[in-house]
Design a protein. Structure first.
Length: 327
């Protein structure tokens, strides 16, 4: 997983990481500076026939299924943030398809958040937004002025971010567009969403505030500990672009309703059935520290679009990951 070829993107990534650390009250060695609190679980992805019609990627064409590793996480750089704290929203999911273990590890990842908005369209806007959030701690006008001049930030902050009743009931959006290519060479742009099979269910503010500090993560542990029949399931869905749709700006949404609503195609089902290492050992905390997820697909059949935030996020993840491993 290399850094960006653009030095400016890498510098922006370093600057954003610095802001994240400041927002968390300083570095937390060994933890992510954003989404520090998390939990690893494992399972399987089984594709639908429709997936192979869109992409020739191995996880979309292997009908027998592909092992997956998932990290659920909460926003903020505080690894002990109570699940009842609204600062933990939006929640996030990192979904890794384990394509091969030998002779070398090969994987591809999808990263999603529980709100279909991001506060910026470019790396410069992203850095400016996070600096404005930091500056609001001493001068609220800093953020107010930024929001007034940046519609993407305004939409992100205005979007509801309720606490879910459980991770099993949370929906996630991957935000960026990706280019699928099928076996015939046909290209299609899509945006992923990860939909809970058990339904999307949230708590109101008062109910969320009354929950125990670790109710979301303990809920995952308790559900999977019950064994067979108590899996956590999601459908991986692609929103399919039409000709002319913007694919390089995640702040521009494709139509969701009415006659122009874009087609939604179910690509397959993710079934999570055990905690990380369940039945086979494995140090979950050490693996969380070591793991670096990658927003760039790096697999035949799926490519990143020209959205500049994909490269920026990849740079943030690799720089942060190397720091975390060295801690």
């Amino acid at each position: 997983m290399p850094l960006s070829d653009d030095p400016k993107t890498n510098e922006s990534a370093k600057d954003i990481l610095g802001v994240f650390k400041d927002l968390a009250g300083g570095p937390k060695p060994g933890f992510r500076p954003a989404h520090a609190k998390g939990l690893l679980v494992q399972g399987t992805f089984v594709p639908t026939p429709a997936a192979a019609s869109l992409s020739r990627a191995p996880h979309f064409t292997n009908a027998a299924g592909t092992p997956v590793l998932v990290r659920f996480s909460s926003s903020s750089g505080h690894p002990t943030l109570p699940d009842s704290d609204p600062n933990g929203n939006p929640r996030a999911i990192a979904l890794r398809f384990v394509l091969a273990e030998t002779p070398r590890r090969k994987h591809t990842d999808i990263i999603g958040h529980s709100v279909p908005f991001f506060p910026a369209a470019t790396p410069d806007e992203a850095l400016a937004f996070f600096r404005a959030v930091k500056g609001a701690g001493t001068d609220p006008d800093t953020l107010t002025k930024h929001i007034a001049a940046h519609p993407a930030a305004q939409a992100f902050l205005a979007a509801p971010k309720p606490t879910p009743t459980a991770f099993a009931h949370e929906a996630f959006y991957a935000l960026h567009a990706f280019k699928f290519t099928n076996a015939d060479g046909k290209a299609t742009y899509v945006r992923y969403r990860i939909v809970p099979v058990a339904g999307h269910k949230t708590l109101d503010a008062d109910a969320a505030k009354a929950q125990p500090a670790d109710f979301l993560y303990d809920g995952v542990r308790a559900q999977l500990a019950q064994g067979s029949g108590h899996t956590i399931e999601y459908d991986l869905v692609a929103q399919v672009a039409q000709d002319g749709d913007v694919t390089d700006d995640s702040s521009v949404h494709w139509p969701e309703e009415g006659p122009d609503a874009r087609q939604l195609v179910t690509l397959g089902r993710v079934t999570l059935d055990r905690l990380y290492g369940g039945g086979g050992g494995g140090d979950e905390a050490a693996e969380q520290k070591y793991l670096i997820f990658d927003p760039v697909p790096r697999v035949d059949g799926v490519e990143a679009s020209a959205d500049p935030l994909i490269d920026l996020r990849a740079a943030v993840y690799i720089i942060s990951g190397k720091e975390r491993r060295a801690a």
